[in-house]
Write a protein that binds this ligand. Structure first.
Ligand code: BMA
Length: 691
């Protein structure tokens, strides 16, 4: 008989806290660091206090006859175009007559077999098909199977898919300090993605299908990277399988965040087992790029003014700079370990360095710095920065009644968990846009400002490619319907930011450095592994979208590079305050006649620009599997947002700008409820907003 006793987590942490307080972040239930459950269940600055309890993943009991395979670890050495694969099998063979064999099947069907002797088999793979991060190459996966046999009969087997690749962090010294950069098969990768938190505040509601859909949405927004944040849970194996298949790099935090811990013998024992279990479970995934000790605890000890607690501080170093790296050197020596995020390498010092390591930049948002402050800072790898917005009105209506549709209502404030969160929303809106008089306009404007703000930081980092080699905005998803930093809300609805991410994370990017507004410089950032021939068109327009001046150049952008390609001087045309308010730049990077990257730069903030009334025409066509829209404006329309009243849908492009003489065609697939729609219904349901 297997008996499980489930005790109250709240009672447990409260009792321990009363005996001995232990620091944890605000807006949580005190004492939560005492218990190895997802911290965010006890509340976070985007989640309610709802510590649930129970079993939420499958539990199995396996019987074995003869012997069993506990686990298998595959390591690889790449030399002169060949791979030596070592299979280390941890086998309990109790019976006489047991032997084991490892068989590797390549994607092209070739097989390699070797007997396992003294727990090891060595397999030589010539002409290996390498696994690459997305956009650098393909993701061929090798199927590896270990069989344990007793007198020729299989008694147990273990199967995994691996990728043949090297993937680690390079910290080579350079003119700015030390780089911090993923390097895949010798190629330095600019990591582009976001932070991932648990998909539901109540874990049993999470499903593999939901996770896959979220990851597909990340892929649609051109990510090649995702950081699993340390205040939640270790995702299920399906998450990593998807990342293996799609060439994402996973930054894996261990599940510790913003807290102090005490290494009592019982706590240490459970933590050790947790680390061992998860490392064994995840170490063979080709997408696993890095293990990270925790989220923000090193920086908290360094500079957050925590209550004095020498024991907890000493235990921090013992756990994250002693026990965990020791366990990794035993269980997964090949994956890079980083003690904390952010960090410059450990020792509780210099955790906010712009010379080495990763960085969390929160001066914009948490410290009320203006949006432009992003661009004054140079990061080596920015693993967190963010900006809040309100979710889709349909999401809000899931928890609010008509009378609650007011940012400062009790209901809306209950769905804002960040300290002074709504004040910050309004603070930044007041800087950027005209006063949004109705609630839906407020939602629209908050998403517009969020998207613009994150875009400007990402473009800045991508222009600094080489010096900066990674961007993960905070955060891709929500665990509940809430006002937060996410780009996709709890119900999977894309905010303006997610559409913007699709553009600012495009492998080939055209962006404008307007540090000196009268001498803006267009840059091409090429994150593809080949040189690209491009055409750049830039136009100075007035607020009717009339072209006042045009520049055109052909350029060749080297593989994996970022270069200035067109320096403009508009001092003559932008000399008066009125010209600043009525003129703007529009630019596009063309390949084969199509714009693959485009943007707009105003000389003032949107609230100061003199927008004119504009009419947008939408022409609709229909095919068997999609509705297409061709949009045209009779002037300049900024941040055109398309939606359907009754249902959700993702458009091939959205939140784009329209300029008089140009048209934009977008489509949406006839999926779900749309499958049964007529063209007339689609037309009636279409809503078009713009700034
Ligand atoms: C970072 C994260 C989270 C938090 C977010 C927003 O510090 O690590 O702890 O939710 O910022 O404040």
């Amino acid at each position: 008989m297997l008996r499980l006793d489930i005790h109250s987590p709240s009672r447990y942490v409260t009792e321990l806290y009363q005996k001995r307080p232990l620091w944890g972040v605000d807006s949580t239930m005190a004492g939560y660091p005492y218990l190895r459950k997802a911290h965010c269940m006890f509340g976070w600055d985007w989640g309610p206090v709802l510590p649930d309890l129970g079993i939420w993943r499958d539990v199995t009991i396996r019987g074995c006859v003869g012997g069993r395979i506990r686990d298998v670890y595959y390591t690889q050495r790449h030399q002169q175009g060949a791979v030596t694969l070592t299979c280390q099998a941890h086998i309990d063979a109790w019976a006489e007559g047991c032997d084991a064999v490892c068989t590797v099947t390549a994607p092209d069907g070739r097989t390699f077999t070797a007997p396992i002797q003294a727990g090891k088999a060595i397999i030589q793979i010539d002409t290996p098909q390498l696994w690459w991060v997305r956009n650098l190459g393909d993701q061929p996966l090798y199927r590896c199977r270990v069989e344990l046999r007793q007198n020729g009969k299989t008694v147990d087997h273990h199967e995994r898919r691996i990728g043949l690749r090297t993937l680690t962090i390079s910290q080579a010294e350079d003119e700015w300090g030390k780089e911090f950069c993923f390097i895949n098969n010798g190629v330095k990768v600019f990591a582009m993605g976001a932070n991932y938190i648990p998909e539901d505040q109540l874990l049993p509601r999470c499903t593999n299908a939901r996770t896959r859909r979220l990851l597909e949405d990340c892929k649609a927004a051109n990510y090649n990277f995702i950081r699993v944040w340390g205040g939640g849970v270790y995702p299920g194996t399906d998450f990593y399988d998807w990342c293996d298949e799609n060439g994402f790099i996973v930054w894996q935090d261990f599940m510790f965040a913003c807290s102090a811990y005490l290494l009592t013998p019982a706590f240490e024992a459970t933590v050790r087992q947790e680390i061992i279990d998860n490392v064994i479970r995840l170490r063979n995934h080709p997408s696993l790029g890095l293990w990270c000790g925790n989220n923000e605890i090193e920086s908290a000890w360094e500079g957050w003014g925590l209550p004095e607690d020498p024991q907890a501080k000493a235990d921090y170093l013992a756990l994250f700079e002693g026990i965990i790296p020791d366990l990794l050197s035993q269980y997964d020596p090949d994956t890079f370990y980083w003690p904390s995020s952010p960090s410059s390498g450990g020792g509780i010092r210099d955790t906010s360095s712009n010379q080495a390591g990763d960085m969390h930049y929160w001066a914009v948002w948490h410290n009320f710095k203006p949006i432009e402050a992003f661009r004054q800072y140079y990061y080596r790898f920015c693993s967190e920065y963010g900006f809040e917005s309100l979710p889709n009105v349909k999401t809000i209506r899931a928890f609010a009644e008509e009378k609650d549709l007011d940012l400062c209502s009790n209901v809306m404030e209950a769905h804002q968990k960040c300290t002074q969160g709504n004040e910050k929303v309004m603070f930044y809106l007041a800087q950027m846009v005209n006063y949004p008089y109705d609630f839906e306009r407020l939602i629209y404007c908050s998403q517009l400002v969020q998207a613009d703000c994150i875009r400007s930081n990402v473009e800045h980092m991508r222009r600094a490619r080489g010096r900066c080699m990674g961007s993960a905005y905070w955060q891709v998803n929500d665990s509940n319907p809430v006002i937060s930093w996410s780009s996709i809300d709890y119900f999977g609805r894309w905010k303006g930011l997610h559409y913007a991410a699709r553009r600012f994370y495009a492998p080939l990017l055209l962006s404008c450095d307007d540090t000196d507004p009268l001498r803006p410089v267009l840059h091409v950032t090429n994150d593809t592994p080949t040189a690209q021939d491009v055409k750049i068109v830039c136009r100075l327009r007035d607020h009717r979208a009339t072209i006042l001046r045009e520049w055109r150049i052909d350029a060749r952008s080297a593989a994996l590079s970022s270069q200035p390609c067109l320096a403009l001087d508009v001092e003559q045309q932008i000399s008066t305050a009125r010209e600043k308010r009525t003129r703007y730049l529009e630019y596009a990077l063309l390949q084969g006649g199509t714009a693959v990257s485009a943007g707009t730069t105003l000389f003032v903030r949107p609230k100061a620009f003199e927008f004119l009334p504009v009419r947008i025409d939408a022409e609709m066509t229909e095919s068997d599997d999609a509705f297409s829209l061709t949009l045209r404006a009779d002037g300049f329309a900024k941040s055109v947002c398309l939606s359907l009243r009754a249902v959700d849908c993702v458009f091939s492009d959205n939140w784009f700008d329209l300029h008089g003489d140009q048209k934009v065609t977008v489509y949406t697939k006839k999926e779900g409820p749309l499958a049964a729609w007529s063209a007339d219904t689609f037309r009636e349901q279409l809503e078009i907003k713009h700034y």
